[in-house]
Design a protein around this ligand. Structure first.
Ligand code: RAM
Length: 329
């Protein structure tokens, strides 16, 4: 081999090694969602990718089970532990069932946070709520009540029966229900954040309660399925579907009148913030009561005594603004 060729080969090898080393140093943050195929989480993943791009040395692993079960998430967590990720940022299908697996992750030095749907404090370092739980609980009832001045029956179509976030919001909604004179909650059913099951559960409510005035679905999957069931049942104008939805998915329902209005926060910002928080904890920020941990362009999260922080207020969408937002998330 000529000397020149040798030098060139060595240079090529060195730069290949350096590239390999840089790659090996990438921080791996796993964004674990309730289930794959849910638009809300896909929007959150966009935000996570945005944060990774901004940080420069982060690889996002977007993953989750195929259905919204704790068992499915435990399998995913165990495989992430085996892969040696640096952080797991999870939206939990069950607040308690995931604790042992997540404790094992933390024992191995993995940063664990929950976001959107929380894990019990012993199973994570902090939890990021999208907004104040009490505010969300009140919002979903108010959205229904505002469109039924004479009062009447409402029912809730939730996600899975063990979803931490929906269960807290429903509990908060029930607390403020007495403030809405004449509004009666007749039932709560669960569609498991599966489109077909949610659709059938909505049809079940419609059949069982002929006087039903509103279906409140505090889930993006449930609200879309319920608006479809109301539309297919020829009940637009009789049963209003409301709750939490994505403008991109709900535009048709608002245009048809199946849904007068609904609310949500920005899921892109939520995924972005969860990634920034995970990164800063990996880099040494202490997740303890009173701490302020940076969230990049979203400011800082202030942790309360339960290790929880909340982001922004939900925003209401209706015929006046849906067109503007439906292409964003
Ligand atoms: C669904 C999921 C998610 C929830 C939204 C509102 O996408 O259940 O956890 O925050 O709805």
């Amino acid at each position: 081999m000529s000397i020149l060729k040798k030098i060139l080969t060595t240079a090529a090898l060195t730069s290949a090694m350096m590239a390999g080393a840089a790659q090996a140093e990438n921080v791996k943050i796993a964004l674990v969602v309730k289930a794959l195929g849910i638009g809300f989480f896909e929007a959150a993943a966009k935000g996570a990718e945005e944060a990774a791009k901004e940080l420069g040395d982060v690889e996002i692993i977007y993953t989750g089970p195929t259905d919204t079960t704790a068992e499915g998430q435990i399998e995913v967590i165990n495989s992430l532990i085996a892969q040696g990720v640096n952080a797991i940022a999870i939206s939990a299908n069950d607040k308690d069932a995931l604790v042992p697996a997540l404790q094992k992750a933390m024992e191995r030095g993995i940063t664990v946070i929950s976001w959107d749907s929380g894990v019990a404090p012993e199973g994570r370092m902090m939890h990021l709520n999208p907004s104040s739980n009490a505010l969300i609980g009140n919002t979903i009832i108010k959205l229904a009540a505002d469109n039924m001045p004479e009062g009447g029956e409402v029912a809730i179509l939730s996600a899975s029966a063990t979803a931490t976030n929906q269960n807290i919001w429903i509990e908060e909604a029930k607390k403020v229900l007495p403030n809405y004179a004449g509004v009666t909650l007749v039932d709560t059913v669960y569609g498991d954040d599966l489109a077909d099951k949610s659709y059938r559960e909505a049809q079940g409510l419609i059949a069982k309660y002929p006087n039903l005035k509103a279906i409140i679905a505090p889930t993006t999957v449930g609200i879309l399925a319920a608006s479809q069931a109301v539309t297919d049942g020829g009940l637009i104008g009789k049963v209003n579907v409301t709750g939490l939805g994505l403008p991109s998915e709900m535009a048709g329902a608002v245009e048809s009148g199946a849904t007068v209005s609904f609310a949500i926060w920005n899921p892109i910002d939520l995924g972005y913030a969860a990634t920034m928080l995970s990164y800063n904890i990996i880099k040494g920020a202490k997740a303890e009561a009173g701490a302020e941990i940076g969230m990049g362009r979203m400011g800082a999260a202030m942790l309360d005594e339960n290790g929880e922080a909340a982001m922004s207020d939900p925003f209401t969408y209706d015929a006046s603004n849906i067109a503007e937002f439906k292409s964003i998330f």
